[in-house]
Design a protein around this ligand. Sequence first.
Ligand SMILES: Cc1ncc(COP(=O)(O)O)c(C=O)c1O
Length: 397
Amino acid sequence: MTLTDQEIEAARRATFDLGPGYPQIALPGYLRSAYLEERIVEDVALANPPAWDTTWQAAVDTGLEEAVRSMLRLPAGSYDSVSPALSGSVALDRALVAALAMSGDDGHRSTINVVTTTPSIDIMPLFLGERSQVVTRYAHSRDGDPATLDRDAVLRRIADVRASTNTGLVVLLTSPENPTGAVWRPEDLKAIGDACFEAGGVLVVDHTFLTAGVHGRADVECTWQAFGAGEDWIAIWDTGKTFGLNGDKLGFLVSGSTRTTDAVRRSLSVMQYDVSRRQKVLFAELFRRAARMDYVGHLTSVCCRNLAVAADMVTARSGLRIRRPAAGSLLLLELPPGADDERTRCRLLRAGIGVVAGSVFFHAGPRPRNLLRVALARDPDYFADGFSRLIEHVTEG
Ligand SMILES: Cc1ncc(COP(=O)(O)O)c(C=O)c1O
């Protein structure tokens, strides 16, 4: 079962849904009311020419770009482009297509090596498996600890690709990682990016959890901070893990160079005419209000509180352990030796508790079967209730 299949099962069947990473928390009134703004619906979303004109369209686009730049703290006017996409996975898919086209020299190279990490979300291997010219090379975490990222393992994989002839290179990282919450340190991100660029490759970094989780903003080095403008990098961010809006979401692609901007524009134009005008004005408004009211700080405090509650409940039980995430809004719960994550997930689901089996995140090498992924971005009472039932069920065996 894919990660998405498991998340859908949890969302549809569990009374206590601790599966998907999308927040399910009471939306603060200042965000809720943005949905009811008549100005957005009547004057913007549903207006057509001749009442609507191109200067207003430009204002909508600029408004979204300014709002997302302030949300991500992207310096104004720098970097060639910030492009909206229909969701995070669309943004990631299009970033990969753009990077593959660039490193494949638009079809002149027969193979492209993609260096990426395991454990990581399975949409990466699933996307890559759809493309016949791609060879995926996994860098494992260090010393068998899933949450310890290994810069040297990535650099070795890049060196392997350099040693082979006429192949393109794409390096695909995620920071913070899903499911471990691991973060690439600034010096490691820099070393990997520099090696990638030196080899003529394209760096894609998924920062989806940048604004969602137990960490502070300064704890995550962003691609734009590490490399500035001019290099061939594409960064991804999406709204889904930060704003829980039951499926309303946008993805964004930030490009580091004019080459990546051109490739991103081409890949996006295959897929989408445009994001709807309503989504553009709605999300611009949500970002402005979120920045003013420190919504990210609110989400962080919810996740931290739930992490503390989970840690307390687990220390009272023998045989279980939590792996504290450095960042992000997900928790890995370690089951006693001999446990089977998928069987445990199904048993929990029958008891009304939705989680994700950890083995789905391991794509090469050893595949631990004793990890469950639990979402922290839930209302605290609901989380405490759901997590205590989860513990009861897994310890009952
Ligand atoms: C790291 C990461 N990137 C991208 C995505 C895809 O986002 P979406 O489901 O909003 O398309 C996910 C979803 O789980 C994710 O965890």
